[in-house]
Design a protein around this ligand. Structure first.
Ligand code: UDP
Ligand code: MG
Length: 320
């Protein structure tokens, strides 16, 4: 490593943001410049289909402050963040969105908390879900409640807008899982943390890249990687149904014995339906865990970088 490590690294994942990314980055850089002159901005193009990469590479070619990485396809925000975290070299690393929904004005406060109070993690928590639609906020309320119950980590309002001290990034990099859930993983890490509340402004331009299915996928991943309670619930279901079946068995025999033979199929049909569906659900849950194990066992690289500018270290990425 030839250069000295900068004080602060900013990591910004970018997917199809060509319309405004140059402007947004200028605004972000301006705010950051108020706190430090020793910084780098690590932009990760997550396989954008528009001209985002052209914009980013232009920035990186004209400013040494920028390091640009281009993933070989769209790997999803989580993995774009991984790529950023594995390449950022700053003493403090800040993760933020490129669409100005994470207000750059907060950067100064975050850096102050880290510098002056020695906080290892400064997390920005959404106090209001801004212009997100009703479906999404109801959905996320249900999801975070469920995740809290299952995993014991309260992630309500959590965002990926965080500052991590170098030692936290190092600890994070020790976590070997392929399927990452950044918010959950940083909660698991512990360390000295401080929260800042902010209101989510509306998007700079374009629309959110999440759809119902990608959010569902994230929710399932989060639960599966953070809790084995659903698996245990499967055995509990089994037990409850076994007891129920035992009672019915005795009762049916008794009816038969006193000559009161059962004449309806209702019970049979109901039982078949209930038991059938419980088995299906249980298999589904087990399947999710097996899929997660399968994913980990394959041990593929989390992401691939096809292009990079201003970075000496493209190979270190594949580690872990
Ligand atoms: N993003 C990404 N890969 C994706 C989807 C999104 O890198 O597959 C980036 C996007 O460019 C933005 C950030 O992740 O910088 C947050 O995305 P978005 O605004 O769509 O999500 P929301 O704000 O609705 O959570
Ligand atoms: Mg956004």
């Amino acid at each position: 490593m030839s250069h000295q490590a900068p004080e602060v690294s900013l990591i910004i994942p970018v997917y199809n943001e060509a319309a405004h990314i140059a402007q947004s980055l200028r605004k972000i850089e301006e705010e950051l410049g108020k706190s430090t002159q020793s910084y780098e901005i690590v932009v990760v193009d997550d396989g954008s289909k528009d001209a985002s990469w052209e914009q980013l590479s232009m920035l990186a070619q004209t400013s040494r402050h920028y390091k640009a990485f281009r993933l070989s396809r769209n790997f999803g925000k989580e993995l774009a963040l991984c790529a950023g975290l594995e390449h950022a070299r700053g003493q403090a690393v800040i993760i933020m969105d490129g669409d100005l929904q994470h207000p750059p004005e907060l950067l100064a406060r975050m850096i102050r908390l880290w510098r002056e109070q020695g906080k290892d993690i400064v997390e920005c928590v959404k106090s209001d879900r801004g212009s997100e639609n009703l479906n999404k906020s109801v959905g996320s309320a249900i999801f975070y409640n469920m995740l809290n119950q299952l995993s014991g980590f309260d992630l309500k309002g959590a965002s990926d807008f965080k500052l991590l001290d170098r030692k936290v990034v190092q600890a994070w990099r020790e976590m070997p899982e392929r399927t990452t859930f950044f918010r959950g993983m940083t909660a698991w890490l512990g360390y000295d943390r401080e929260k800042i509340y902010f209101e989510v402004p509306s998007r700079a331009e374009g629309s959110s890249q999440w759809n119902f299915w990608s959010l569902m996928k994230l929710a399932v991943q989060a639960v599966v990687s953070f809790s084995s309670i659903p698996l245990r619930m499967v055995s509990m279901f089994g037990l409850v149904f076994l007891i129920g079946a035992g009672v019915l068995f005795v009762q049916t025999l008794y009816q038969k014995f006193i000559g009161n033979a059962v004449d309806g199929f209702t019970t049979v049909i109901l039982l078949l339906l209930i038991v059938g569906s419980v088995i299906m659900i249980s298999l589904g849950i087990i399947g999710e865990y097996i899929a997660a194990i399968y994913n980990e066992v394959k041990g593929r690289p989390r992401y691939l970088i096809k292009d990079h500018i201003n970075s000496e270290t493209s190979e270190q990425a594949r580690r872990v």
